[in-house]
Design a binder for this molecule. Structure first.
Ligand SMILES: [Zn+2]
Length: 69
């Protein structure tokens, strides 16, 4: 879990949208993979997903992944 106060001040660097914490297994993970669910910050506006590394959000647009359906 991220610090709620940190989450409250973070904004999507691309569109300034509100970020929501999301914990989900990688869709690329194969069954039998022991990897734990990964934490990510998802922008509600533009649907970019930013990885969270060791509790540190990686808010680089170049490394964000679109999670738009
Ligand atoms: Zn955004």
């Amino acid at each position: 879990m991220l610090n709620p106060e940190l989450l409250a001040i973070l904004r999507c660097p691309k569109c300034r949208g509100v970020l929501q914490e999301r914990s989900s297994a990688s869709p690329a993970a194969k069954s039998g993979d022991a990897e734990p669910a990964t934490l990510a910050l998802v922008c509600a506006a533009c649907q970019l997903s930013y990885a969270v590394d060791d509790g540190i959000p990686n808010l680089l647009i170049e490394e964000a992944q679109s999670c738009a359906a």
